[in-house]
Design a protein around this ligand. Structure first.
Ligand code: GAR
Length: 197
């Protein structure tokens, strides 16, 4: 049973999916940290009986903020960290310290559409397909090796919100599946590559 820490900044629907899946999964979420006070994901965690913590990034250097995250995660005995709508860029030091044990979900088919405003850019480029990716986190933003992806169609008349909702629905299945692979040791990060066994 792997001990999971989840970092969030907002509504935490992916956190909700990870919580819902944990009853028959090889993991247990032991701590949820938000950098934003009042994030709805904190309520989801509390309702599920999971410890929560708010660590604000305001007025701190990236390294100082990440140091506080690291300390809280280690104090809770966390073994794997999941970013779930966590809208802060982590320092290289944090990414290296948790290498192979730090994963993120991103609402595009990486390596396409890294960064923000993903759905707006996908629609503007008239793509007919988009999706979501769970990937290992490396120092370079959204550049880590992909563990799992799911695709959705993009419709000609899509709004960014409509596309975001379609992508989010597949995220909720994808993240628990990818985390299960990682917890079971079926995917590992080796020399910068995701290796499946
Ligand atoms: C999700 O769509 C996730 O992929 C995205 O934020 C949303 C969070 O939703 N993450 C990123 O864009 C990371 N760069 P949630 O708070 O309901 O899980």
């Amino acid at each position: 049973m792997k001990r999971i820490g989840v970092l969030i900044s907002g509504r935490g629907s992916n956190l909700g999916a990870l919580i819902a899946a944990q009853k028959d999964a090889p993991y247990k979420i032991v701590l949820v940290i938000s950098n934003i006070e009042g994030a709805y994901g904190l309520t989801r965690a509390s309702e599920a009986g999971i410890a929560t913590k708010v660590i604000s990034h305001k007025g701190k250097s990236r390294e100082a903020f990440d140091g506080e995250l690291d300390m809280a995660l280690r104090a809770a005995g966390v073994e794997i960290v999941c970013l779930a709508g966590f809208m802060r860029i982590l320092s290289d030091g944090f990414a290296r310290a948790w290498e192979g044990k730090l994963v993120n979900i991103h609402p595009s088919l990486l390596p396409a559409y890294k960064g923000t405003q993903v759905h707006e850019r996908v629609i503007a480029a008239r793509e007919n397909q988009s999706g979501a990716s769970v990937h290992f986190v490396v120092p370079e933003l959204d550049a880590g090796p992909v563990i799992a992806q799911a695709t959705v169609p993009v419709h000609a008349d899509d709004s960014p919100d409509a596309l975001a909702a379609r992508v989010l629905a597949v995220e909720h299945k994808l993240y628990p599946e990818a985390l299960r692979l990682l917890c079971d040791g079926k995917v590992t990060l080796q020399k910068g590559l995701a290796v499946f066994s």
